[in-house]
Design a binder for this molecule. Structure first.
Ligand SMILES: N[C@@H](CCC(=O)N[C@@H](CS)C(=O)NCC(=O)O)C(=O)O
Length: 229
C-alpha cells in the first residue's frame, strides 16, 4: 500500500482505543479523516471492516483495514515515515511490546472493575490495579515518558490513565493514582496530556465527564456482568 493512500480512522469520541490510533497518526504526521461511529447503531462501514470484533477503532489505509488499537499503532509505525513509535533495538522493541501487553492484560480490566464495582469485589480489584500501577511507576524511573524522551507504544497503550482515569475518579469518588503513592505516573499523565500532538486528539475533559456521567449506571451494570459468577 502506498503511504500516500487515503487514511481514515473509524472511531468514537470517548474511546481511549480510538485515541491510540489517532495519536499514532498525529505523532507520525500522517493526515487522516476521523469517521465517528455510533456504537449503538453500528454502520456497515464498521461491520464490513471489523466483522469479527465489531469494535472501534479501525484504521483504513486505501482499501485495506487494520483492527485492534495496538496493532494499528504498530502498523502506523511501519507503514509511514516520521518519528519512531517503537525502539529500533530488537530487545527494546520486545520490552515495549511486553509492557503494552501488560497494560492490556493486567491493568485495563482491574482498573475498570475497581472503578465501577463495590464491596469485596472492588477491594480485590483495587489491590490488583495498585500492584500493576506500582510496576508501571517503576518503569518511569528517570524517564519523562515510557518511551523515554518521546511518546511511544507503551505511552499510547497507557493513554487511558492520562485522561479517562481522572474523569472516572471524579465521577466515582474512587482514588487510584495519587501524588503520594504514584508520583511518576501522576506526572506522566500531565506530561502526556500536555503534548501538543497527542493532546490535540484527547477528548475534552469536561465533555468526557459529561459523556461518562451520563453512562455511569450502564458502566456499573456492565462491570457487574464482568464479575466471575
Ligand atoms: N481491543 C480493542 C478494544 C476496542 C474497544 O473495546 N472499543 C470499544 C469502544 S471503547 C467498542 O468499539 N465497543 C463496541 C462494542 O463492544 O460493541 C482495541 O484495542 O482496539
Amino acid at each position: 500500500m502506498s503511504p500516500a493512500a487515503a487514511v481514515k480512522v473509524i472511531g468514537a469520541y470517548d474511546s481511549p482505543f480510538s485515541h491510540r490510533a489517532e495519536a499514532a497518526l498525529r505523532l507520525k504526521g500522517v493526515p487522516y479523516e476521523l469517521v465517528l461511529e455510533d456504537l449503538r447503531n453500528k454502520s456497515d462501514l464498521l461491520l464490513t471492516h471489523n466483522p469479527i470484533h465489531k469494535k472501534v477503532p479501525v484504521l483504513l489505509h486505501g482499501d485495506r483495514a487494520v483492527c485492534e488499537s495496538l496493532l494499528i499503532v504498530e502498523y502506523v509505525d511501519e507503514a509511514f515515515d516520521g518519528p519512531a513509535l517503537l525502539p529500533a533495538d530488537p530487545h527494546d522493541r520486545a520490552m515495549a511490546r511486553f509492557w503494552a501487553r501488560f497494560i492490556e492484560d493486567k491493568c485495563s480490566k482491574p482498573f475498570w472493575l475497581a472503578m465501577w464495582t463495590d464491596g469485596e469485589a472492588q477491594k480485590g480489584y483495587m489491590k490488583e490495579i495498585k500492584e500493576s500501577f506500582a510496576l508501571l511507576e517503576a518503569q518511569l524511573e528517570g524517564k519523562k515518558f515510557f518511551g523515554g524522551d518521546t511518546i511511544g507504544l507503551v505511552d499510547l497503550a497507557a493513554c487511558g490513565f492520562a485522561r479517562w482515569l481522572g474523569v472516572c475518579e471524579e465521577i466515582t469518588g474512587v482514588s487510584l493514582v495519587t501524588e503520594e503513592e504514584l508520583p511518576r505516573l501522576k506526572r506522566w499523565a500531565v506530561e502526556y496530556a500536555a503534548d501538543e500532538k497527542v493532546g490535540a486528539c484527547l477528548p475534552d475533559r469536561a465533555l468526557l465527564l459529561e459523556h461518562f456521567s451520563a453512562k455511569k449506571e450502564m458502566f456499573a451494570a456492565m462491570a457487574k456482568s464482568m464479575l466471575p459468577k
